[in-house]
Design a protein around this ligand. Structure first.
Ligand code: MN
Length: 360
């Protein structure tokens, strides 16, 4: 068999001789023969395909150890491994994108573009959770305080303790002043605490977990933590804006253009979660979405479980929020609407208004 010199092989594979020597040392691509006297490396033409694959995987940014593993696999298994690697990259990129957006929001707020004196703002709030008309138990938890708003929708045999444990683990945020600059670290600790609390109740191997959508009020901004398919909405200037993204299979199908939002409402797997807090959610634990929102006086926030938006159309939700000024009355009206529509699921709502303080 005719062997190629390292120079000829480099040219044919579009790799440099330097790269080829490196791949040899790293055990990614061994030469077919090394001359014992001169140390010159020779390659077989049949190695070209692997050399090209190594080069492209390097371009993809795959770590060397992982490339080595891919090169040892049959094509079908190698394809699976590359797909798995890329899914990991995308998940990590999306977490980094959130972090970047959070930091941009935080620094933009510091530079003070709104002109509004936010020290004079506070929340007026109400929370309620109802079992609905069909379910034997309520596995939802809703909470509202001066600084913390939260909705959690538990699932599995220990769903009820899971959702209440997650919210309870965040409760310290309600009594502690959090400096705006430290919000990200505090939220990270809080989410870790909530995750551990959920895993603690999901003992004896029974699957249990919960969604968690929570808002921390810092006095000038709202920091949002979100995982699962509960939702947060912002009512501003009469318009209702959803500010969370469902971590569900159907939402990802909508994102990919494979399903319309109308079709999603009746999809048999619409409740299937991609991410949640709790057992069976994978290791490392899935990372929640984090967002920072500038608040304005007059803003109204709604947090709710799928028991509301699954049966009450968004425009009706908007009408209630626009027409009922008192948060407590608005929460009751929304829950009544879900029950009037059959109440097939537990339903939880938190309504909070950003208002000027009496002093302001
Ligand atoms: Mn639910």
């Amino acid at each position: 068999m005719d062997l190629l010199t390292i120079g000829a092989f480099a040219k044919a594979s579009r790799l440099t001789p330097k790269a080829l020597r490196l791949y040899d040392e790293l055990d990614l691509l061994r030469p077919a023969r090394v001359d014992p006297d001169t140390g010159y490396r020779y390659y077989a033409p049949g190695q070209l395909e692997q050399a090209r694959l190594v080069a492209w995987l390097r371009r993809l940014g795959m770590p060397l150890a992982r490339i080595r593993a891919v090169c040892g696999l049959a094509p079908a298994a190698a394809a699976r491994e590359i797909r798995a690697y890329w899914a990991g990259v995308e998940a990590e990129t999306s977490a980094r994108r959130d972090l970047a957006a959070f930091l941009v929001d935080q620094l933009s707020a510091v530079s003070g573009t709104s002109g509004e004196d936010t020290t004079m703002l506070e929340l007026r709030y109400s929370a309620h959770s109802d079992p609905g008309r069909v379910r034997p138990a309520n596995q939802d938890t809703a909470y509202a305080g001066a600084r913390l708003l939260a909705v959690a929708d538990g699932y599995g045999p220990a769903g009820a303790p899971a959702s209440s444990a997650a919210v309870r683990a965040l409760r310290f945020l309600d009594t502690e002043e959090v400096p705006a600059g430290n919000v990200l670290n505090v939220l990270e600790d809080a989410v870790r605490g909530a995750t551990e609390a959920v895993l603690d109740v999901a003992t004896d191997g029974a699957e249990a977990g919960t969604t968690l959508t929570a808002v921390l009020w810092t006095g000038s901004q709202l920091a949002l933590v979100h995982i699962g398919d509960s939702r947060a909405y912002l009512l501003r200037d009469g318009g209702l804006f959803r500010i969370t993204h469902d971590h569900t299979v159907v939402q990802s199908m909508i994102d990919e253009g494979r399903l319309t939002p109308e079709e999603a409402g009746s999809h048999p797997q619409r409740a299937l979660l991609l991410k949640a807090l709790g057992s069976g959610s994978g290791t490392p634990a899935p990372v929640p979405d984090l967002r920072l929102h500038e608040s304005r006086p007059g803003d109204r926030y709604l947090l709710c479980s799928d028991g509301l938006y699954g049966v009450v159309p968004e425009d009706r939700v908007r009408q209630f929020l626009v027409s009922v000024p008192d948060p407590d009355t608005a929460v009751r009206a929304l829950i009544d609407a879900a029950n009037d529509a059959g109440g097939p699921d537990n339903v939880s709502c938190v309504v909070a208004d950003v208002v000027r303080t009496a002093a302001g």
